[in-house]
Design a protein around this ligand. Structure first.
Ligand SMILES: *Cc1c(COP(=O)(O)O)cnc(C)c1O
Length: 431
């Protein structure tokens, strides 16, 4: 199977984290999102252990919580001792609500409003990752009012193209994110940040993309960022202690995706960074990475119920399910690949090639096309694998579909961590 938390039991049902997925559907209904909590913790620990070993004390991962944000996930991350990256006041609120220590959080985004800044300051945010000049001066203004000195990183665009999907490529010069090094604007910006009395420039951030299967783009970005640190030292005599390299390690969605050895890639990256620092004669900064997908993707699974199988004579077959783009918009948005199985007949050969269609009134509401699957019948449970990242967090109420619940599976216990939305929830803000 694609990941080690998947198997088939003697009833021919798909199991996930040791649980019979068909029984869970009977207990909780569908659509249903499952979270293998042990897998989340194990994925976090890989980064926690390997980063400390490779980069030294003070280097740690921050979970990019835009990939999966709900109260309990922040509690898990807190227990494991990682930091978090947040991108909105809503994520900040959820983290605070979970009791997450906000001094270990980084507030990202290309447009933080005055209200966002005030709210984050009042909650004691650890770091703003500053994206533009307007924001820099607003943080300075509000911090001065509070007689406070705020830690920041500056988001830079190093001009690296990680060759992944265009919409998830963010490190190139022409991007809505960050300040370009290549154009000279970044070095100028550092001068402005250094002149702010209520801001402490702690370092730099970049995020070159997503779903990378090696450390090449991290190394390219790190080399550029480290040269920039040297340039700042030469020009302003300012040393900074943090280099945040963002997220981006990939995850296997389908059998044809490569395997990635994250510990090996972290070690390789560390060797490169050390050599680069020695060449440039700068101190090795503390390294922060912000994995999202590689923490939660393979810890998630979505289950649906099949309503119909339609074969258009001479064309193709459609398997209709009771969810779709409202809970997983990624195929509609990015044509993302997914593995789809008949969870009720996981021991049967895949004898049907079909398009898996959601229930929304929208032709583009597909989960996947051209899937080989054991022919389902009405009532069979359909599993979409590796849906822990950017599914629930991107879910909407399109077509007034209530969002599914999240059930956590941990140490043999299944527990609802996010309730299924009710119809009453759908109208609660309507006056
Ligand atoms: C999205 C994002 C991440 C996480 O990326 P993954 O590909 O999920 O690891 C990290 N940092 C920033 C700034 C991001 O925008």
């Amino acid at each position: 199977m694609l990941h080690t938390n998947l198997d088939v039991n003697n009833q021919g049902h798909l199991t996930f984290a040791g649980f019979d997925t068909v029984s869970l559907c009977e207990k909780y209904g569908t659509p249903l999102m499952l979270l293998d909590e042990e897998r989340v913790r194990a994925n976090l620990r890989i980064y926690l252990t390997e980063m400390k070993k490779a980069f030294g004390e003070g280097s740690f991962p921050c979970f990019a919580s835009k990939s999966l944000s709900f109260t309990d996930i922040y509690r898990i991350v807190k227990e494991e001792g990682a930091g978090i990256d947040i991108v909105s006041p809503g994520e900040l609120y959820t983290a605070a609500h979970a009791g997450f220590p906000l001094e270990k959080s980084f507030f990202h985004g290309n447009n933080k409003t005055d209200e966002d800044i005030a709210y984050a300051l009042s909650e004691g945010i650890g770091y703003f990752v500053v994206d533009n000049e307007e924001e820099l001066y607003e943080i300075e203004r509000q911090s001065a009012e509070k007689n406070h000195v705020q830690n920041i990183l500056i988001r830079l665009s190093p001009g690296v193209d990680p060759h992944t999907h265009e919409k998830i490529t963010t490190g190139q010069v022409d991007s809505k994110f960050g300040i370009a090094i290549e154009t000279g604007q970044a070095i100028e910006f550092v001068g402005k940040a250094l002149s702010c009395k209520h801001i402490k420039l702690m370092g730099y951030h970049c995020h070159v993309g997503s779903q990378s299967f090696d450390s090449k783009c991290f190394m390219d970005a790190a080399a550029i960022m480290l040269s920039f640190i040297r340039e700042v030292l030469d020009k302003y005599g300012a040393e900074t202690e943090i280099l945040n390299l963002g997220g981006g390690f990939g995850v296997r969605y389908v059998d044809s995706d490569p395997h990635i050895d994250i510990p090996f890639n972290i070690r390789l990256l560390a060797e490169n960074i050390k050599a680069c620092c020695a060449d440039l004669k700068i101190l090795m900064p503390k390294i922060i990475m912000e994995p999202g997908r590689s923490i939660v993707a393979d810890a998630g699974l979505t289950l649906y119920t099949c309503g119909s199988v339609k074969t258009i004579t001479g064309y193709k077959s459609y398997v209709s399910i009771d969810g779709g783009m409202a809970d997983n918009p990624r195929y509609a948005l990015y044509s993302s690949a997914y593995t789809v199985l008949n969870a009720s007949k996981a021991d049967k050969p895949a004898d049907l090639v079909a398009t898996i269609a959601g229930r929304c009134c929208e032709s583009g509401d597909l989960i996947q096309e051209g899937v080989s699957i054991a022919r389902p019948e009405r009532g069979d449970k359909i599993a979409v694998l590796v849906t822990g990242a950017y599914n629930y967090s991107m879910a909407s109420n399109y077509n007034r579909l209530p969002r599914p619940p999240i059930v956590s599976l941990y140490k043999g216990t299944d527990r609802v961590v996010v309730k299924r939305e009710s119809f009453a929830d759908l109208v609660k803000n309507d006056l």
